[in-house]
Design a protein around this ligand. Sequence first.
Ligand code: CA
Ligand code: CA
Length: 242
Amino acid sequence: MNTTKFHRTLAALAALLILPAPLARATWVTAESSNTNVETRWILIESSNILVDTRDYVYLTVNALHGTVLPPERQFVPNTTVELTPTPDLGYLFSKWTGDATGNANPLSLLMDSSKTINAIFVQDSRDPDNDNLTNYQEIVVYGSNPALWDTDGDGFPDGYEVYSGFSPTSPTSTPETSLVIYTAVEIRFGAAQGQNYRVESSTDLQTWTMVEEHIAGTGGTVARLYSIKEIPKRYFRSVRE
Ligand SMILES: [Ca+2]
Ligand SMILES: [Ca+2]
């Protein structure tokens, strides 16, 4: 806006401000302009129509990690009661309120008689409704498997078994069938009389004996048993008539 135009605009505005009240209501006025392609317009609003909100407010501060709290309004007229609903992110559960609210009410009725700060505590969902040994949190957040399917990728192995054996629960081409581990075992043979029952015990010091297998029926001949020695490299065995 050049200087001349600016002065003309100021003059137009000054003229509007001294108009009698009936003419001064929300009226569009075109200011004189030296450029016919530019129209400067002013709107004059009667001052009595301007509302000034002089009420006091109280404010709510909500801290929420892994979830949200609705409704989103955080400014209230004092003594308003607001109902707050916690909504957890997928894989999480609402646990409790802390700060200026306690307990685990859902929804929470909060009287805003002063400004308040509350914390919505969300925790990992440790439920396992599909019994695949992965929690809902693990399935949804960590591994991306279906928390309602025991075998997400349909390869015949449950999600938990795949994860704990180092395979993908979401890829049917990643299957524990390719996993093969060999451990050694010992074969125990002892003579067992027909009509008698026996038990096999083991010890690492020949002092303390623990049960390995019981109620082994004798046949009047040799009984053979295989026992793994995985993670037990040295162990003694004995058979005992019951
Ligand atoms: Ca599960
Ligand atoms: Ca599977």
